[in-house]
Design a protein around this ligand. Structure first.
Ligand code: FE2
Ligand code: FE2
Length: 150
């Protein structure tokens, strides 16, 4: 069993939980006609991120480890905090792209570490989740293009 794999699985789990919290908060806080599509999109992604956390937690258990509780939690997503101006949708879009890029980097590290540790099951899980995160990033990059144009 690789300590690096366990550490990355735990980090990824915490990041997914933080993402759920910030997507949920922003989906509630944003105001305005232009925000509606973003809010809906965030709501859909929340369910996917929660599923990721569950999958990572179950994998940790299979490796005789466990996901962290809140006492071990450290917040990282500065750019995804709810904006002062509740109509500032672009700030949330940029924050989402940062969070997805961070997740993509973590899953790439996890793929490398799992391969190194000869752990194809964790590697396969990381590849599957990575593809979801890349799809999320593409979706929000599309929103950013639209918002920058207006
Ligand atoms: Fe995720
Ligand atoms: Fe995501």
């Amino acid at each position: 069993m690789s300590e690096e794999v366990i550490g990355l699985l735990r980090t990824a789990y915490s990041d997914e939980i933080e993402t759920v919290m910030n997507y949920q908060t922003n989906a509630i806080v944003l105001d305005g006609v232009r925000a509606e599509e973003i809010k809906e999109s965030l709501q859909t992604d929340i369910q996917e991120e929660l599923t990721h956390a569950e999958q990572l937690g179950n994998r940790l258990k299979q490796l005789d480890a466990r996901p962290p509780g809140s006492a071990e939690f450290t917040a990282n997503q500065d750019s995804l905090q709810p904006p002062e101006d509740s109509t500032d949708v672009l700030s949330v879009i940029d924050g989402v792209i940062d969070a997805e890029e961070d997740a993509i980097a973590t899953y790439r590290d996890l793929i490398d570490a799992a391969e190194e540790a000869n752990d194809p099951v964790t590697e396969d899980l990381a590849v599957t989740i990575l593809s979801d995160e890349e799809a999320h990033r593409t979706e929000f990059k599309g929103y950013r293009k639209e918002y920058k144009r207006e």
